[in-house]
Every structure is written in structure tokens, then in C-alpha cells.
Design a protein around this ligand. Structure first.
Ligand code: PGA
Length: 252
């Protein structure tokens, strides 16, 4: 099964910088039987990044979406609008949105539903705070986020949902989660998915990726772990050289 290497460019690039980075990404040697790459630029750069990636084996995703299809929702962007721009994936519930914009599990749930309805693959981000990890509550937090984020959602057929385990203390800090600890968290998430959807759907329609200070040096250790299907990478995906190194290391 291909490993997923997803680049979250956050709010860090101008449209021109995003196009330049996309052009570099488009020329990276990618063995499509081993990895699947996708980039998640800002909304404002989606159309130009799509054009820059024409013909390249790199998919396009957005960093967020709204849960309604259309209507009086000034400033929001619907999943079908993202499809129209060539997106196949959308991040939902990134910890930076949960923290800065008070995004709740209920909002995440509605966004996942809407994304699936529009034929997008949602990437549901979950993860505990530093405090929860220190108090030994990490497993409760991620089990609860998984259950609430996916409550009442039917996943079937060719629909896919990706869960990104991104402990908040590891995101953008350089303090990557020990690969063994990430593996333990992934196993727990898979158990929650099995409880909710049953083993067949959990194993066929879901993938679980790790995020938080992943780079070319540590990516191999994560990908070698059972139950880690790929990585969601912020900082190391935001410059051509480090992104190319990361993608090369992921295929070693
Ligand atoms: P980071 O970000 O790789 O810079 O830690 C990961 C993310 O926010 O998805």
C-alpha cells in the first residue's frame, strides 16, 4: 500500500512562492507505487498551484472547508468549490484551527460529512495537548476526538477518510513524537475505528498518518512502523530543497 506524504503549507507562502514550490514538487522523482504525495496550499493559491502541477503525480488539497453546500456564509468555502478547483483532499480540524478559532469536534464532524458528500477525502486531524500527554490522558483525548469527529457518519464503497495523528506539542516545535509512541497512538485510533465502523471498513476505507515535526531525517522511522500509513508535514514541506529531501527519504 502506498505511503501518503502530505505537505501542509499553512499560511506561509505567497501565491508566487506556492507556484514555485509546486513546480519543484512536480519534478520530484516519485515512485507512485510507493508513495502518494499531496500538497495543501492556501485557498488563494489553489488554482495556480493546480496549473503548476498539471501532469505531475502530486494531488491537491485545501486546508479547510465549510459544512454547507452554498448559501449566505460570507467568507466560507464549500467542499464543492474546492472540487471545482481540482482538490481531492481537505484538511479538517487542524490543531491550529481548533486552538485559534475554537473549532469543535461537532464542527469537524459536519465538515467531514460535507467533504465526503462532495467526493473529497477528508484528513481529520486529532491530537492531544502537552498537558494531556503529561497527565496520561492522551489516549482518552484521541479516542474521544475520533469518536466525536466521525459520529454518525457512514463511510462506504470507495470513500476514504484519513486520520492524521498530530500531537499538538509536536506540531511546529521540533519535538517530534517518538515513533514507538506514535505507533501506539495509531493502534489506539485503529481500535476506535474498528469499534465505530467494524474491522472491514476501518481497515479498507481509513488510513492513519502521523504529523508533528516530521522531516527527511525522521520520516523513515515513522514509515517503518506498523500502522503508520504516511505523514502530514508542515515546515519541512514548505521549501523546495527540504520537501524534495523528505520525499526522497520516504522512498528509501
Ligand atoms: P510541522 O507541522 O511538520 O511543521 O510540525 C505539521 C502540521 O501542522 O501538519
Amino acid at each position: 500500500m502506498q505511503k501518503l506524504i502530505f505537505g501542509n503549507w499553512k499560511m506561509n507562502l505567497s501565491a508566487d512562492d506556492a507556484v514555485a514550490l509546486a513546480k519543484t514538487a512536480g519534478t520530484m522523482p516519485i515512485d507512485a507505487s510507493r508513495i502518494k504525495a499531496a500538497v495543501f496550499p492556501s485557498f488563494t493559491a489553489l488554482a495556480s498551484v493546480r496549473a503548476a502541477l498539471q501532469g505531475a503525480p502530486v494531488s491537491l488539497g485545501a486546508q479547510d472547508c465549510f459544512w454547507e453546500k452554498a448559501g449566505a456564509y460570507t467568507g466560507e468555502i464549500s467542499p464543492s468549490q474546492l472540487r471545482e478547483l481540482g482538490c481531492s483532499h481537505v484538511l479538517v480540524g487542524h490543531s491550529e484551527r481548533r486552538q485559534n478559532l475554537n473549532e469543535t469536534d461537532d464542527m469537524v464532524n459536519r465538515k467531514i460529512r460535507a467533504a465526503l458528500d462532495a467526493n473529497l477525502t477528508p484528513v481529520m486531524c486529532i491530537g492531544e495537548t502537552d498537558d494531556a500527554r503529561r497527565r496520561g490522558l492522551w489516549s482518552n483525548v484521541i479516542a474521544e476526538q475520533t469518536a466525536k469527529g466521525l459520529a454518525g457518519i457512514a463511510v462506504a464503497g470507495t470513500q476514504n477518510v484519513i486520520v492524521a495523528y498530530e500531537p499538538i506539542w509536536a506540531v511546529g516545535t521540533g519535538r517530534a513524537c517518538a515513533p514507538q509512541d506514535a505507533r501506539e497512538a495509531h493502534a489506539l485510533i485503529m481500535n476506535s475505528l474498528i469499534e465505530i465502523f467494524g474491522p472491514a471498513v476501518a481497515q479498507k476505507n481509513f488510513r492513519i498518518i502521523y504529523g508533528g515535526s516530521v522531516d527527511a531525517r525522521n520520516i523513515g522511522e515513522y514509515l517503518a512502523m506498523d500502522g503508520i500509513d504516511g505523514a502530514l508535514v508542515g515546515g519541512a514541506s514548505q521549501r523546495g530543497a527540504s520537501f524534495a529531501e523528505l520525499v526522497a527519504a520516504a522512498q528509501k
